[in-house]
Design a binder for this molecule. Structure first.
Ligand SMILES: [Zn+2]
Length: 132
């Protein structure tokens, strides 16, 4: 049997982990350290890597560096592959007066991609977001 942690508890654990380690170099590492933090002093909490990553972005507690691989496939992008936020199309006017989508940028996080060469996230780095 295991327990599902609350969003707020995960965010707190992410903050503690990032304050301690400065930089976490993969989603798997973040997940392991966050679960260890949640289970400190007993407990059997489990949280998925995607959920932890999305909470790290949405809560604003972390900054992400997204390493990507381009797979050369053109395609329509419906939502951000990092945080499922809304993607804004960047459009250019051609010499013939047509508009073409040249890329997409996430409204919530740092992710962007060209439209012809989609950048697929392959690895994430997490750092504590500095408070101003
Ligand atoms: Zn995003």
């Amino acid at each position: 049997m295991y327990s599902i942690p609350k969003d707020g508890d995960i965010v707190l654990a992410i903050r503690n982990v990032l304050a301690r380690y400065k930089v976490i170099r993969s989603q798997r590492e973040l997940r392991e350290r966050v679960e260890r933090e949640l289970n400190f002093g007993g407990g059997n909490f489990h949280a998925g890597g995607t959920r932890i990553r999305m909470l790290a972005v949405i809560s604003g507690v972390a900054t992400l560096k997204v390493h990507t691989k381009t797979d050369g496939k053109a395609g329509r992008m419906d939502s951000c592959p990092v945080c499922r936020g809304e993607l804004k199309a960047s459009r250019n006017m051609t010499v013939y007066g047509k508009t073409v989508t040249v890329g997409y940028r996430c409204a919530k996080c740092e992710y962007w991609t060209g439209a012809d060469d989609i950048r697929r996230p392959s690895r994430y780095e997490f750092r504590l977001r500095k408070r101003r």
